[in-house]
Design a protein around this ligand. Structure first.
Ligand SMILES: *[C@@H]1O[C@H](CO)[C@@H](O)[C@H](O)[C@H]1NC(C)=O
Ligand SMILES: *[C@@H]1O[C@H](CO)[C@@H](O)[C@H](O)[C@H]1NC(C)=O
Ligand SMILES: *[C@@H]1O[C@H](CO)[C@@H](O)[C@H](O)[C@H]1NC(C)=O
Ligand SMILES: *[C@@H]1O[C@H](CO)[C@@H](O)[C@H](O)[C@H]1NC(C)=O
Ligand SMILES: *[C@@H]1O[C@H](CO)[C@@H](O)[C@H](O)[C@H]1NC(C)=O
Ligand SMILES: *[C@@H]1O[C@H](CO)[C@@H](O)[C@H](O)[C@H]1NC(C)=O
Ligand SMILES: *[C@@H]1O[C@H](CO)[C@@H](O)[C@H](O)[C@H]1NC(C)=O
Ligand SMILES: *[C@@H]1O[C@H](CO)[C@@H](O)[C@H](O)[C@H]1NC(C)=O
Ligand SMILES: *[C@@H]1O[C@H](CO)[C@@H](O)[C@H](O)[C@H]1NC(C)=O
Ligand SMILES: *[C@@H]1O[C@H](CO)[C@@H](O)[C@H](O)[C@H]1NC(C)=O
Ligand SMILES: *[C@@H]1O[C@H](CO)[C@@H](O)[C@H](O)[C@H]1NC(C)=O
Length: 654
């Protein structure tokens, strides 16, 4: 063996030699070996140990002549890459979990943090580095993207999201005043940074901080799996693997488990309507039965199940369906009276729907709702008529339509809505009566025709044509024979729903913050608990609760608040200080002086008053009235101090 300059032995030669001459003498190995050779043997047999493919898990084998070395891909370690770092599971079944490690050596200027990550969460703290006085590095997930921040300044967010439930390799490299973020080996972004110093004794928090509130700043605790976490070459092992590798000791672990099994997501039966739940890692999928859709099979295409009778239209509602039945009637052949009027009660929120329609040849009669207003049309003679106000408000309305002169051949038609005679509308032209409806014609109620176009959604009370009801029950339904001679008979096969229900607008409860829902027939009203208002109780009356006015008093104003600022402050939240002297009113060149809650004026010589507006009255004892103050010996009186300017040689006040 030989020695180099710095006292470290050079590695011993490995290989074969032959024809070695010492002093021109060929050294014969057999002789030489007998004396003092260690680990030397004759021959030059060599077997590449890498041919045995000893490295597992895609490890790369390096031939070292008499031995081999495996370069292991992460997360594998060991002589033959046979050991895998144990994955640590965080947030199992939504528990709060974290781990903490201690750094045991001072790290140089270059810092590298790397790990395998698997999650479906969009947010959560992955890692934080802290020294005695502060946390100086955070790595967390924001909208599924890895974000790194150094001491509140230099931040980086990856371009690609990793919250897809797959395993991703993430690394943060800091070198040469540059911080770079990589995801799956792809460079994401870099930024210039100030130096970072990781010192022995610093702490590494993984998955969250001990304080829940401090973790929530970074989106809460991490949920998912972390494997093979390293800071530079130091392993941060959650579960022991191999003590021969450099690693930092784990100080504490809470709710961290070994392995990476997902939550039992199907145990909560997330699939509705008979959907089959399949568990995926931290997620589930529903195999939905036919005619249902949605992540939870919550959407049912009811109408594809053909629930409605053939002559009615199926309509999807918020949480179900509705069959729009159009009823049809015919006169019984014994109607002799003149049909000169129509009365009915109506409740709807539809703005366009047919109420009653019949047609015989070119004669027709239609009563409908158009753009919310009632509209009547009588064909052939083209009489038309509209209501003065809208009826599509979900309230009950009574409707009376009649010929102004019922005995006449032709007459104006009048419409009275809700018994308000003053607001009655009368047709401009004249038309005949409705006698063509007496027999041999279908009268449709609730739609234009059997195909349910222009279907009415809502409720109808008793409908009377010329005083004869269009009955909702057939004689067989009511068990009592109808004795009237003149009758309309229902010819549609399906009776309508009796009683008046709207859509289930209160299911689920649309009112927020504890508001109570009141079903107002296809619309709702929320009764909010105290402190909330708005259509859905979504606004707080107490917008002042957070004390938004910094230097002022708060008062609620509609959806928001108003601040009345103290003297000297301005801005929406009274947060800005105003220079009280900025628009001061000191007159005559007076100087503004800043006071604690107001300003004051320093007045020039000849002015006085709070704003220097009042002239200082000269207290003249000299002037015209100098006689009152006489100076002797040629002295001159001065107003200033009631004294005299004395000539040379004299002194004294006067
Ligand atoms: C572990 O998780 C549970 C469930 O979230 C939580 O109640 C408990 O406080 C956690 N333990 C610690 C030490 O945070
Ligand atoms: C903690 O880290 C910050 C940021 O790197 C540094 O400014 C501060 O001096 C460190 N404190 C101690 C006690 O090491
Ligand atoms: C940090 O705190 C630990 C334990 O309190 C102490 O041993 C160490 O000297 C402190 N380090 C610094 C730089 O103050
Ligand atoms: C730090 O990283 C840079 C760039 O990768 C490299 O050139 C330099 O040698 C590294 N310094 C140390 C002390 O490892
Ligand atoms: C019925 O109407 C006709 C005109 O269409 C009229 O001649 C007859 O007098 C009316 N009958 C009654 C009872 O009003
Ligand atoms: C409607 O017409 C019938 C028959 O013509 C009549 O008996 C009834 O009084 C009329 N009703 C109204 C409200 O005009
Ligand atoms: C809705 O509810 C509020 C609060 O209970 C009430 O003041 C209001 O009159 C209701 N509106 C209607 C149309 O019922
Ligand atoms: C704020 O309210 C207090 C107590 O009601 C009152 O004394 C004070 O004058 C008010 N301040 C302003 C700027 O309105
Ligand atoms: C004040 O008034 C006196 C007398 O009217 C005048 O002489 C003097 O100049 C005035 N001073 C100033 C500063 O205007
Ligand atoms: C000043 O003199 C005037 C006129 O001589 C006189 O009216 C007045 O009373 C005197 N004032 C005083 C304070 O003596
Ligand atoms: C008093 O005033 C007169 C006239 O203005 C002047 O001549 C005289 O010198 C003054 N006397 C003194 C002592 O200032």
């Amino acid at each position: 063996s030989a020695q180099n300059g710095v006292n470290t032995p050079l590695p011993a030669f490995i290989g074969c030699m032959r024809d070695v001459f010492v002093d021109r003498q060929l050294i014969v190995p057999e002789e030489w070996l007998r004396d003092s050779a260690v680990n030397v043997s004759p021959g030059c047999s060599h077997r590449d140990r890498c041919l045995d493919m000893p490295c597992q898990n895609r490890g790369q084998c390096v031939n070292l002549w008499q031995s081999y070395q495996c370069w292991c891909p992460r997360p594998y370690e060991g002589q033959d890459c046979e050991e895998e770092h144990v994955t640590a599971r965080f947030g199992n079944e939504d528990s709060q979990s974290y781990a903490a490690f201690t750094v045991t050596d001072d790290l140089g200027r270059n810092l590298s943090i790397s790990l395998f990550l698997r999650t479906r969460r969009h947010n959560g703290l992955i890692l934080a580095l802290a020294n005695n006085s502060s946390r100086y590095l955070h790595v967390w997930l924001e909208d599924g993207k890895v974000t790194v921040q150094l001491s509140n300044f230099d931040g980086l967010t990856a371009e690609t999201a990793i919250d897809d439930g797959e395993v991703h390799f993430v690394s943060v490299e800091m070198a040469e005043d540059q911080m770079t973020l990589y995801v799956s080996g792809q460079k994401q972004v870099d930024v210039e940074i100030s130096q970072v110093h990781v010192q022995a004794g610093d702490a590494v928090f993984v998955g969250g901080l001990m304080e829940r509130s401090q973790s929530s700043v970074f989106g809460g605790y991490f949920k998912g799996c972390i494997q093979d976490l390293r800071i530079n070459d130091n392993r941060l092992q959650f579960f022991g693997l191999d003590t021969s590798v450099r690693s930092y000791p784990v100080e504490l672990m809470e709710n961290v488990t070994a392995g990476c099994s997902g939550d039992d997501t199907c145990s909560r039966n997330p699939c509705l309507n008979g959907g089959m739940c399949y568990s995926m890692w931290d997620d589930f999928t529903c195999s939905c039965p036919p005619n249902t859709a949605g992540r939870h099979c919550e959407e049912v295409r009811w109408c594809e199940l053909l629930p409605c009778p053939t002559d009615s239209e199926c309509r999807m509602l918020n949480q179900g369906y509705e069959c729009n039945t159009v009823l049809s009637y015919r006169g019984n052949g014994h109607i002799t009276r003149n049909l000169t009027n129509l009365s009915l009660n109506l409740r709807t929120r539809k703005r366009n729907a047919a109420i009653l329609h019949a047609q015989k040849g070119s004669a027709f009669f239609t009563l409908s709702v158009q753009d919310g207003f009632l509209f009547m049309e009588l064909g052939r003679s083209t009489v038309s008529l509209s209501s003065q106000k809208s009826v599509s408000d979900g309230e009950w309305h009574s409707i009376h339509l009649f010929m102004a002169t019922p005995w006449a051949q032709m007459s104006h038609w009048t419409l009275v809505l809700d018994e308000e005679i003053e607001d009655a509308s009368t047709s401009r032209s004249q038309g005949g009566n409705l006698d063509f409806l007496r027999q041999g014609v279908d009268i449709f109620l609730g739609g234009l025709a059997p195909d349910a176009s222009w279907a009415l959604a809502g409720c109808l009370g008793t409908v009377e044509l010329g005083g004869i009801a269009l009955p909702y029950f057939s004689s067989s339904d009511v068990n009592l024979p109808r004795l009237q001679v003149e009758q309309f008979i229902q010819t549609s096969p399906h009776p309508p729903l009796i009683s008046c229900f709207g859509e289930p607008v209160c299911e689920p409860n649309p009112c927020l913050n504890g508001g109570e829902c009141q079903d107002l027939f296809n619309t709702y009203n929320c009764s909010c608990v105290e402190g909330w208002f708005g259509r859905r109780c979504d606004f707080s009356t107490n917008s002042c609760a957070s004390n938004p006015c910094v230097h002022g008093n708060c008062s609620v104003s509609g959806l928001t608040y108003e601040c009345t600022c103290e003297f000297g402050y301005t801005g929406v939240d009274c947060e800005e200080e105003v220079d009280v002297c900025e628009n001061h009113l000191c007159a005559h060149g007076g100087t503004c002086l800043h006071g604690p809650d107001r300003y004051s004026c320093l007045c020039p010589e000849n002015y006085t008053g709070p704003l220097c507006k009042m002239p200082k009255l000269p207290v003249s004892v000299c002037g015209d009235d100098t006689r009152n103050y006489t100076c002797f010996n040629g002295g001159n009186c001065t107003d200033r101090e009631l004294s005299c300017d004395c000539p040379p040689g004299f002194t004294g006040h006067r």
